[in-house]
Design a protein around this ligand. Structure first.
Ligand SMILES: Cc1cc2nc3c(=O)[nH]c(=O)nc-3n(C[C@H](O)[C@H](O)[C@H](O)COP(=O)(O)OP(=O)(O)OC[C@H]3O[C@@H](n4cnc5c(N)ncnc54)[C@H](O)[C@@H]3O)c2cc1C
Length: 435
């Protein structure tokens, strides 16, 4: 909790939002001696309202750059090296996590711990002032209309105006900064919205013999569920599905349990388990980009770009965008480029770094959640593809951001998978004993 008041100085940057995007940006700017005020309405440690996150090894590499030690944010979270994708009882594919920066594992990280850890590390930077428990209420503008600061309400109810040479909206998917600045939505996909409910469970049965195997199960009916092993022997269990069929009309808890019961293979694992958290969830995950910035303001993280959680890329994108933005803001502060040039460069680089993955993710949602295949196609074409070793290797590389998302599954790879699958089936048929 903090009741401190920001000093009346003019900050180089006021950052609204102190989680992955905002905190990592503040660290990078603080490293360059820029005067930063970072504000969050939450008190740390705390988790964001919704997120049951895989922390990818690509994200950990970016945290290494910030000298945030893995032992602090991961603590007792198990290292997850495998995930199993099941399609009804038709087939099961075993994927290995692709190595990044010497790590061949990911975590289901405790967001309260991760975000608290990032917030604490801001104390390393003398030029960064942290303000928690403070709501940003609106943007302030100068006579030319340029954003020049924020009005905020401190924890004790006092309202105050703080001036900054720029204001950064790192305030998440419902960004107040974006709304107040009038940021345009520059690209949006509404055809593949999903919704999700999740809770934490303890005492769940391990997947086969591996308690740290991630289980992703679908019945090919527009829904899927994911078991994410995490700290203290618990697992996050997510029920996710296409939004047009996700009709939580009554009690969300009942809807969630009914959803999980659709998957006997999962339900058996939970037979002796206890749900140890209340239900959380999100209706209609947005898939969009906003205009990156304008006079005196700029967006980063989910405020700039948000997408379906199915490929678990949100934290990575937030950390990556903040790295690109920090470089542009430092050049601007040093007078090497104008504000307009800084925003233009940041937007171009951020789009180039994230946009093809955005579409790869949404194409996958369309293919694997929205498309209902006849059973013969799921048992053959889909199985041949999703259990093919080359396809699986490339998919793991995609999630690790080690392959161009536009080229991860070219026609040659898909045709090869089909040919190998068909040949394998024929061989088995021929060699199986008759009668
Ligand atoms: C169901 C679900 C599952 C997900 N799973 C994954 C996953 O497995 N892996 C992954 O990498 N990502 C996942 N994500 C995405 C991930 O949670 C986000 O991409 C990430 O949190 C974005 O970080 P951020 O810093 O941009 O915003 P946020 O984490 O949303 O932080 C924004 C901060 O801004 C503060 N704020 C907002 N408005 C104000 C205001 N007016 N005044 C002061 N403070 C304010 C908030 O308090 C908050 O702390 C998931 C998301 C959802 C919804």
């Amino acid at each position: 909790m903090s009741t401190m008041r920001p000093t009346p100085e003019t900050y180089d940057a006021i950052i609204v939002g102190g989680r992955p995007a905002g905190a990592s940006l503040a660290m990078r700017l603080g490293r360059q001696g820029m005067r930063v005020l970072i504000i969050d309405r939450a008190n740390f440690p705390s988790a964001p309202p919704v997120s049951v996150p895989f922390l990818m090894n690509s994200s950990m590499s970016l945290l290494d750059e910030l000298a945030v030690p893995e032992s602090e944010y991961a603590h007792d979270a198990p290292r997850l090296r495998h995930f199993f994708v099941e399609y009804k009882d038709y087939f099961r594919a075993h994927y290995a996590v692709s190595e990044v920066g010497g790590r061949d594992y990911i975590y289901t990280v405790d967001r309260e711990r991760l975000d608290g850890c990032l917030w604490n590390h801001l104390a390393r930077f003398d030029s960064v002032t942290r303000l928690e428990g403070a709501h940003v209420l609106s943007l302030e503008r100068d006579t030319s209309g340029r954003v020049s600061g924020v009005k905020l309400r401190l924890e004790d109810g006092v309202e105050q105006v703080v001036e900054g040479r720029c204001v950064v909206g790192a305030d998440g998917r419902y960004s107040l900064v974006a709304r107040q600045a009038g940021a345009r939505v520059t690209e949006q996909r509404t055809d593949v919205d999903t919704s999700a409910l999740y809770a934490y469970w303890s005492g769940y049965a391990p997947y086969d013999a591996d308690p740290t195997g991630i289980q992703i199960h679908t019945e090919g009916d527009g829904f899927c569920m994911i078991v994410m092993p995490t700290t203290q022997g618990r697992a996050g269990v997510v029920f996710q599905g296409r939004s047009d069929r996700f009709n939580v009309t009554g009690d969300a808890q009942t809807y969630y349990l009914e959803g999980l019961r659709r998957y006997p293979a999962l339900w058996r694992r939970l037979a002796h388990a206890t749900q140890v958290s209340s239900i959380r969830g999100i209706k209609r995950m947005g898939n969009l980009y906003r205009q990156a910035g304008g006079p005196g303001w700029v967006l980063v993280g989910d405020a700039f770009h948000q997408k379906d959680s199915i490929d678990a890329q949100g934290i990575y994108d937030a950390l990556l965008e903040s790295k690109l933005l920090a470089a542009a803001l430092v050049d601007w502060k040093q007078g090497a480029i104008s504000w307009e040039q800084a925003i233009e460069r940041y937007e171009r680089e951020a789009l180039s770094a994230t946009r093809s993955m955005f579409h790869a993710t949404l194409d996958r949602v369309k293919r694997e959640i929205y498309t209902e295949l006849p059973s013969w196609a799921a048992r053959s074409v889909l199985r041949w593809t999703m259990t093919d070793s080359e396809y699986m290797r490339r998919f793991s590389l995609l999630l690790a951001r080690r392959i161009d998302p536009e080229a991860w599954a070219p026609p040659g790879v898909l045709l090869g998978a089909l040919a190998r699958g068909l040949t394998g089936d024929l061989r088995r048929l021929i060699s199986s004993p008759r009668g």
